[in-house]
Design a binder for this molecule. Structure first.
Ligand code: TNX
Length: 544
C-alpha cells in the first residue's frame, strides 16, 4: 500500500468506524499498549499546563515536568491533586486497586484533561512514556503554538507481559562514561524496559572501583592497546581504559531507579577474568608453566581463569560484598560463561582441590566454585544469575540461568523449576549485523560488527516461551534481554545504532500481549517513533 492509498483508507476508516473502535495498532506507541480506544478531540499541552499529582507520584511528576520542559521551554506548574480530571491538567495518581498487573496503568487523554492512574508508581511512569510518544517530538514546531501541542484523545489500559525486559551493555571491552549510561537508560525507559544488566568486568578491563582491591582499577582498568575497527588482528597502540567509582555506580543506580529500571551488575567468575588476575596474580593458577597474566589487548575467549584457592574465594566474597553494598538489586550476575578448563587441567593445585572435594572433572570444579559463590550471595539476601554454562557440572540450588547458546539451557533450567532469562544469540545478540555486512561496511570501518546477522524482523519474531515447555514450566521464564557486547562498540553512538530499534522490537515482545504483535504494524509505528529518535539526534539502525 502506498502512502496515498493509506491516507485514503485512513480517511474512510475515520468516517465509518465509530469513535472507540479504532484499533490499538493505530496508536503510535512502542511497545503496543494492551488496549487503546481512540476518540475525537485532543488535549493541548501548552506552557500553562499544570501537573497535578498525589503524594506517591511526586517523583514521576518531577520527571514529567523535566520532559515537558525540554519540549515547552518552561517547567510546568506542579501541584498536589487527588487524581481527577481537571481542565488544562495532567493528573497523576497511584491506585493499587486497579485491576491490572504491577506496572500497569490507565490513561485517559481528552480535551478536558489527562488522567493517569498507575497500579503503582511504575505504572504512572509507563503511562508518561506512552504520553511522550503520543505527543510531537521534542523540538517540533507544534510545541511552540499558542495553545501548545495537541495529543489526540485516547483511553489506554496497559500492563506488562514479562517482568524482565533487559538490555546488557558490555563496558568491559570499551569504557563508556556515566553520562552515556544515563542516556541509554532514558531510551530504555522510553520503551518501558526495566533491567539494565551492566557487564562491568572483562579480560580487557575491570570497571568497578573496589576499595579493598584498588589494583583492580589501578592495573585492571587499563590496557596497552586494542584492535582498531577494520582489522581485528591489529593493534592501535593506544592505552584505553576507565572505571566507575562506587559513588558513580550509586548515582547510576539512583538514576535508573527513578526510571523504574533495576541495575543488575555483572562480575565475571571464574572466566573473563584476565584483568582481575593481572591486577592480583595470586588469584590465578600461578603454579602452571608460563603463567603471565596481563589485561588483554585482543578479543576472544582467554585462558586465564580464577584458581580455586581459599585466598581467591576470600577475594570474591570481599568484592561481592562491595558490589552488594553499591547495587541493591535482588539479582547479582556472576558471569560463568566461557571459562576454559585448560589451566585447571595443568594446575597441580586445582587438581588437588578436585581430589579433596571429590570432583570428577573440571566442569564439576566450575560448579563447585559457583555453588560457593551462590552461598556468598544467599548470605546477603541476594540471588545468583549466570550464563548457561553454570549448568555444567551441576546447577546451584537457587541459581537463575541466562540462556545464550540457544534456548536449550533455559528449557532445561525451567524444567528443573528454576528461573530463566532468555537471550539466545539467534534473536537477542544486538552486537550482530542488523543489515547485510557488505552494505554496512561500505559505510565505513566503524560499522564493523562481531559477525552474525540479526535483522529487526528476526528480533521481533522472537517469543521467549518455548512451546516444548508446559504452562507451569513457562512461568519460570522471567523474560528476555538484548545483548550489546562491546568488542565493536567504542562509542555511545555505536551502542545506540546497534541497540535500537532492535531494543524497541524486543520491548514489544517483553511488554505487549502476544495478540498485539504484528510486524507490519510495528514498523509503521516505528516510523513515527523514529521522529523522537531523530529529534534527539539519535541515529538508529534500519527501521525494517
Ligand atoms: C560471547 S555471550 C560472550 C561474550 C562476547 C560475545 C560476542 C557470552 C556470555 N559471552 O564475551 O562478547 O560472545 O558476541
Amino acid at each position: 500500500m502506498n502512502s496515498f492509498s493509506r491516507g485514503v483508507l485512513f480517511a474512510i476508516s475515520s468516517l465509518v468506524i465509530p469513535a472507540g473502535a479504532v484499533q490499538a495498532q493505530s496508536v503510535p506507541v512502542i511497545p503496543a499498549p494492551m488496549k487503546a480506544e481512540a476518540s475525537t478531540g485532543a488535549f493541548r499541552i501548552g506552557k500553562s499546563v499544570v501537573i497535578r499529582h498525589d503524594r506517591a507520584s511526586a517523583s514521576e511528576a518531577q520527571l514529567l515536568g523535566g520532559l515537558l520542559k525540554t519540549r515547552l521551554g518552561v517547567t510546568p506548574k506542579m501541584t498536589s491533586g487527588n487524581g481527577s480530571l481537571k481542565a488544562n491538567s495532567i493528573s497523576l495518581k497511584v491506585d493499587a486497586t486497579l485491576a491490572l498487573k504491577d506496572g500497569g496503568y490507565r490513561m485517559t487523554i481528552g480535551p478536558d484533561g489527562i488522567l493517569i492512574t498507575g497500579k503503582d508508581t511504575a505504572g504512572v511512569f509507563y503511562a508518561m512514556q506512552s504520553l511522550i510518544q503520543l505527543a510531537p517530538p521534542a523540538g517540533d514546531a507544534r510545541w511552540a503554538m499558542p495553545d501548545g501541542a495537541a495529543v489526540s484523545s485516547v483511553r489506554i489500559d496497559d500492563e506488562p507481559t514479562f517482568g524482565w525486559r533487559g538490555i546488557q551493555l558490555d563496558v568491559g571491552r570499551w569504557f563508556l562514561p556515566v553520562e552515556d549510561i544515563k542516556k541509554l537508560l532514558d531510551w530504555m525507559a522510553f520503551h518501558k524496559l526495566n533491567v539494565f544488566h551492566w557487564h562491568l568486568t572483562e579480560d580487557q578491563g575491570w570497571r568497578f572501583e573496589s576499595k579493598k582491591y584498588p589494583k583492580l582499577t589501578e592495573i585492571g582498568a587499563w590496557r596497552a592497546s586494542s584492535p582498531p575497527y577494520g582489522n581485528r588482528n591489529a593493534s592501535d597502540g593506544k592505552k584505553h581504559g576507565g572505571f566507575y567509582t562506587q559513588q558513580q555506580c550509586r548515582d547510576v543506580v539512583a538514576f535508573a531507579a527513578k526510571r523504574h529500571i533495576t541495575v543488575v551488575p555483572e562480575i565475571e567468575i571464574p572466566g573473563h577474568s584476565s584483568a582481575a588476575i593481572a591486577s592480583y596474580p595470586y588469584l590465578g593458577n600461578d603454579d602452571i608453566p608460563g603463567f603471565a597474566p596481563t589485561v588483554m589487548n585482543q578479543w576472544g575467549v582467554q585462558s586465564n581463569v580464577l584458581a580455586p584457592k581459599e585466598e581467591t574465594f576470600k577475594y570474591i566474597e570481599d568484592v561481592l560484598d562491595e558490589v552488594c553494598k553499591v547495587f541493591p538489586s535482588k539479582f547479582i550476575h556472576i558471569g560463568g560463561d566461557e571459562a576454559p578448563k585448560t589451566q585447571w587441567k595443568k594446575s597441580p593445585f586445582a587438581q588437588g582441590v578436585m581430589k579433596r572435594e571429590g570432583l570428577k572433572d573440571e566442569e564439576e570444579l566450575q560448579s563447585y566454585i559457583i555453588k560457593r559463590v551462590e552461598g556468598m550471595l544467599t548470605k546477603r539476601g541476594r540471588r545468583l544469575i549466570g550464563w548457561d554454562e553454570i549448568r555444567e557440572g551441576g546447577l546451584s540450588p537457587n541459581a537463575t540461568v541466562q540462556a545464550w547458546r540457544g534456548e536449550q539451557g533455559g528449557i532445561d533450567t525451567a524444567r528443573e523449576g528454576k528461573d530463566v532469562v532468555m537471550s539466545p544469540t539467534s534473536h537477542m545478540y544486538f552486537d550482530y549485523y542488523q543489515a547485510d555486512p557488505k552494505s554496512e561496511l561500505a559505510k565505513g570501518p566503524e560499522f564493523e560488527c562481531i559477525g552474525g546477522f540479526l535483522p529487526l524482523e528476526q528480533v521481533y519474531s522472537y517469543y521467549p516461551l518455548p512451546t516444548v515447555l508446559n504452562a507451569q514450566e513457562q512461568k519460570k521464564i522471567l523474560g528476555l534481554e538484548g545483548q550489546i557486547w562491546g568488542e565493536y562498540v567504542k562509542s555511545y553512538e555505536k551502542a545506540m545504532y546497534l541497540g535500537f530499534p532492535r531494543a524497541a522490537a524486543m520491548a514489544e515482545t517483553g511488554w505487549s500481549p502476544k495478540s498485539r504483535k504484528n510486524y507490519a504494524d510495528f514498523t509503521e509505528r516505528l516510523a513515527k517513533v523514529n521522529e523522537h529518535y531523530k529529534a534527539a539526534g539519535l541515529k538508529v539502525g534500519p527501521l525494517k
